[in-house]
Design a protein around this ligand. Structure first.
Ligand code: ATP
Ligand code: MG
Length: 371
């Protein structure tokens, strides 16, 4: 009598099983997307890596569990499955102007004072906490706030020689690499700087800083749509812009003007999403209450108008301004409610960057044509 010999688990079986697991954002299976690497099989033990498009992937655990279930269901219910979840952030272009920077994200709003700088700083720290390599450029020539938020307002940047070039060494705080136009422009001179000088300063901090490998370079922009914005889109292909608004309708109209600049046919920078800041107030002594002191619905209305997702809603907390001024965005992150809000915002943004890179062609630098 012939016994069927147990051949053991094969790589083909593992791949076939994992081809039934989809990346929910990219809507294709892990094998087609080339996300499964280093399959190793020994007896009942199956080990492999899944390379996600961002370490901030909110679906990380769900994808891991789906992989394990697929092997149990379709290959061997007794298999011992070890999944190593890793990430390599996708880039929006091949021939990048800054070859070590994978994605450039503009933090913008047509309106002043809506929290661009506060959100840029905390989003940067939240992204870095997921394991991503993050840089932050403070491009607000007329009111740089990042030096205060990160506590380097009195520091002078160091220089280092890279080949023949003298490069600025970025400041590093809470896992984020930082550079500000504020370090090039004395505060008392900023207001009398004309557009071309502001543009030059921005180009210098972007191109003369030794960033190293960066997954997400966030740009904290000044309000409106001025010279600094045009300089940015001419200097670099910007992966996408996020637009910040507050909940009231008047803010939405202004915020939208800023977004329209990015979306214009001459510029064509995709809008990755909308963030509603100061969405509601949560008092310290009644943390389960929400007061909609600035109204409601602005973020969703702007997202609908721009046909982009609402990435998140950041509440107001007492003493937030005072804590930002103390020179550490990290104090905001340690507030449970704000920490959770910024963590989920970081995940949503990283998710939209991955989707954008999978679905849209690379952004081109804006070329100014004359004549
Ligand atoms: N969610 C929030 N809760 C409480 N205070 C906040 C919140 N977001 C921002 N603030 C405060 O509002 C003020 C304006 O914020 P911020 O400077 O970040 O705005 P901005 O859009 O960068 O302003 P500008 O247009 O001048 O660059 C700051 O004092 C900041 O601490
Ligand atoms: Mg600002």
């Amino acid at each position: 009598m012939l016994f069927k010999k147990d051949k053991g688990i094969t790589e083909e079986q593992v791949k076939a099983a994992l081809s039934h697991v989809d990346d929910p954002d990219l809507k294709k299976d892990l094998i087609t997307l080339g996300m499964v690497k280093d399959i190793e099989i020994s007896g009942k033990r199956v080990a492999f890596s899944v390379v996600l498009t961002t370490p901030a992937c909110p679906m990380k655990d769900a994808i891991k569990n789906a992989c394990i279930n697929a092997i149990h269901l379709m290959v061997d219910k007794e298999a011992e499955v070890a999944v190593n979840m890793t990430a390599q952030v996708t880039a929006d272009q091949k021939n990048r102007v800054l070859p070590q920077v994978r994605n450039v994200v503009a933090i913008s709003s047509g309106k002043g004072g809506v929290g661009k700088s506060t959100i840029a700083a905390n989003l940067a720290v939240a992204l870095a906490r997921t394991g991503a390599r993050v840089g932050l450029v403070d491009a607000d020539i007329y009111g740089p706030s990042q030096p205060i938020m990160f506590g380097f307002q009195d520091a002078r940047p160091m220089m280092e020689k890279i080949g023949e070039r003298d490069m600025l060494v970025p400041f590093e705080r809470h896992g984020v690499k930082l550079m500000s136009v504020g370090v090039l422009v004395p505060a008392d001179q900023a207001l009398v700087w004309r557009g071309p000088m502001a543009s030059k300063a921005l180009q210098q901090i972007i191109f003369d800083t030794n960033w190293g490998e960066i997954d997400y370079l966030l740009i904290d922009l000044p309000p409106g749509t001025g010279d600094v914005h045009l300089t940015l889109v001419q200097a670099l292909p910007v992966t996408g812009a996020v637009v910040i608004t507050t909940p009231q309708q008047v803010a939405v109209a202004d915020a939208r003007k800023g977004a329209e600049m990015f979306r214009s046919p001459q510029i064509q920078v995709p809008i990755l999403g909308v963030i509603e800041n100061m969405a509601y107030f949560v008092p310290d002594d009644a943390p389960d209450k929400q007061y909609h002191i600035f109204g409601q619905g602005g973020g969703q209305a702007l997202a609908d108008a721009l046909q982009s997702p609402l990435l998140g809603q950041i509440p107001m907390r007492e003493g937030m301004a005072a804590r930002s001024d103390q020179g550490s965005p990290i104090t905001l992150m340690e507030d449970d409610l704000l920490g959770a809000s910024f963590h989920s915002l970081a995940q949503s943004l990283a998710q939209q960057v991955a989707i954008r890179n999978a679905q849209k062609p690379p952004t081109q630098k804006v070329e100014i044509t004359t004549g």
